[in-house]
Design a protein around this ligand. Sequence first.
Ligand code: SF4
Ligand code: SF4
Ligand code: SF4
Length: 242
Amino acid sequence: MGKKVALFSLTDCQGCEFVVLQLGEKLLEVAKEADFANFRLASSRKEDGPFFISFVDGAVTSNEEIERLKWIRTNSKYLVALGSCATTGGVNTLKNYFSGVNFPKEVYSRDFESFEAKPISEYVKVDVLIPGCPINLEEFVFVLKALLEDRVLKLKLAPVCEDCKKNGIECITKRGVFCLGPYTIGGCGAPCPAAGVSCFGCRGPLFSPNVTDAEKVLKDRFMHGGILFTGLGWVLVKGESK
Ligand code: SF4
Ligand code: SF4
Ligand code: SF4
């Protein structure tokens, strides 16, 4: 029997767990070393810890989730933040910019606790981060295999531009399209620029990106009449026109 591995979800769309499901038959291969003791989308098995590795996807938005997260931490040798909701709060953090809106009522027509969305590292120690919205399957397998061998990997903090260079992808900014790649954690292989659209920053911001320069480049090169051209369409942004 392999080492116990669990996947848990907090507030999110569970898209990252669906990516793990795409392992299909390979999941059985990986399962020789990993015993998936808690993976709601794949099986009805629901075991208590201790777990060798726990993957947690989703942002934290309630006290109940904080308690669950602390329980997971206590019962896991390694804790991995799976996907951008868990590593940065992800799309859930959009609600943090609104005040006076009862989101549970608006979205689900019922009341429940849902405070400001935060990444899981705000509440517990996290051993490995796997960013992405959704995650990259190869990266998941890479981290899983390494942790099963007791090797803790550190996320490489290089921009998506490095993926473009490595894969010979022509920079889309040459076509006058704004791209968030220089300010985003790379490692995804740059599928968006490869498909001719801008990186929209799904893996989260690089720590301490050069925001001042970014703002200048954005205004000088990509704004026309107060509108920013992103390659995904025209998006209205606040700010002065050139
Ligand atoms: S990171 Fe994206 S795909 Fe993954 S759970 Fe969050 S919203 Fe869904
Ligand atoms: S397409 Fe985007 S990510 Fe790729 S090199 Fe250009 S700016 Fe960087
Ligand atoms: S190119 Fe950007 S948006 Fe696309 S997968 Fe990579 S980080 Fe995410």
